[in-house]
Design a protein around this ligand. Structure first.
Ligand SMILES: C[C@@](CO)(OP(=O)(O)O)[C@H](O)COP(=O)(O)OP(=O)(O)OC[C@H]1O[C@@H](n2ccc(N)nc2=O)[C@H](O)[C@@H]1O
Ligand SMILES: Nc1ncnc2c1ncn2[C@@H]1O[C@H](COP(=O)(O)OP(=O)(O)O)[C@@H](O)[C@H]1O
Length: 322
């Protein structure tokens, strides 16, 4: 759809921003607090699957969101709500409200183009929120730095601040308290999206149930950062990284989506150094020795499963204007 089809002025000012999806190289989860949120200690890696959001000034003060006509989405967007529930929409409304901007002169239409699988545990909606936040901040000339926007982003979702900053980082608290990690580039991964999504809260709840019933050991109230993953990132050693990675949400994700274990076995069979669920899943990540191995692994997985496998690398930069 073009800006004219939407009734927007084709000469309206616009800003386009790109923001990355992520994987969690480590995700350690404690018991839920009174607000239902779980304390985590995670190691994020921003990867080369990116979302693109264009913010176009609206003269009528409304905030609207829709799929992009100028950049193509590479994933199925059927389950994306194109209304005020959309995380890009929520980001624009949050910025306008928090800064006390006059709604009449701060309307915006957000065009979203997606590369990150929806509900895949890769923070695609969070990347849309991060991109929308920066795009609106530039469009509305708020003068915020990226660090300030990352702080403003926390109420939008635990993963949103990380997509603003990108790179690699430790996330504490709900995952929004970030400390950048100096990673030697690049880590080569193969991502295998599933044909259906998993709900993040349901995966967290399933972890709680499995722990309550004694199928899994309880996590500490304050989970500790996986130092071995940090050392492997600094040393740029893929085998050390593969060995050190962990994810407390893997077992609940596999319980909810048992087909994942077959694909995990198949990836190892095809030479991956390690396979793991990405975040709350069901996307799987496989660690490869180098770029050539990642390309080989991706085509072998595609051939055997008929499912698209995506060679990616990280760390990559956070949200930036194109
Ligand atoms: C699990 C992780 C790992 O990075 O992401 P995904 O793999 O889903 O992308 C994150 O913790 C999710 O981040 P995000 O998707 O931004 O979560 P939010 O919108 O803040 O929360 C969605 C829901 O997940 C649960 N949640 C989230 C974060 C957290 N530390 N504890 C939780 O219990 C809560 O039930 C919350 O209502
Ligand atoms: N811009 C958006 N892109 C994708 N999903 C969105 C968006 N805004 C809201 N959602 C809703 O959030 C859910 C999870 O989104 P997503 O960020 O893709 O997954 P995850 O939290 O697993 O990384 C989707 O199922 C969808 O209903």
């Amino acid at each position: 759809m073009t800006t004219e089809d939407l009734g927007l002025d084709p000469t309206a000012r616009h800003v386009t921003v790109s923001a990355p999806g992520k994987v969690n190289l480590s995700l350690r989860v404690g018991p839920p607090g009174a607000d239902g949120y779980h304390p985590v200690a995670t190691v994020y890696l921003a990867v080369s699957l990116r979302e693109t959001v264009t913010a176009i000034a609206r003269a009528d003060g409304r905030i609207t969101v829709g799929p992009s006509g100028r950049h193509i989405s590479l994933v199925d967007t059927e389950d994306v709500p194109w209304d005020e529930r959309n995380l890009a929409h929520r980001a624009a409304a949050h910025l306008r409200h928090t800064l006390g901007l006059d709604p009449d002169s701060h309307g915006v239409h957000l065009e979203v183009a997606k590369q990150v699988p929806v509900a895949g545990g890769m923070g695609g909606g969070s990347a849309d929120a991060a991109a929308a936040l920066l795009a609106c901040s530039v469009l509305w000339e708020t003068g915020h730095t990226r660090a300030e926007l990352a702080e403003l982003a926390a109420p939008l979702g635990a993963d949103v601040p990380f997509s603003v900053l990108g790179g690699a980082a430790v996330g504490l608290g709900t995952g929004a308290e970030l400390t950048p990690v100096a990673a030697r580039t690049p880590v080569h991964l193969v991502l295998v999206p599933a044909d259906a999504g998993l709900s993040t809260p349901v995966v967290f709840q399933t972890l709680d149930e499995l722990r309550r019933e004694g199928h899994l050991t309880d996590g500490p109230t304050r989970p500790e950062v996986n130092e071995a993953v940090l050392r492997a990132l600094t040393a740029a050693d893929p085998l050390e990284l593969a060995t050190a990675m962990d994810n407390d949400l893997q077992t609940p994700a596999v319980v909810l989506f048992p087909e994942l274990s077959d694909v995990l076995d198949l990836g190892l069979d095809e030479g991956a150094l390690r396979g793991m669920v990405s975040g709350s899943g069901p996307t799987l990540l496989f660690v490869a020795q180098d770029e050539a191995s990642a390309l080989r692994l991706a085509s072998a997985i595609e051939e055997r499963t008929g499912v698209r496998a995506l060679p990616v690398h990280g760390p990559v930069p956070g949200a930036h204007v194109l």
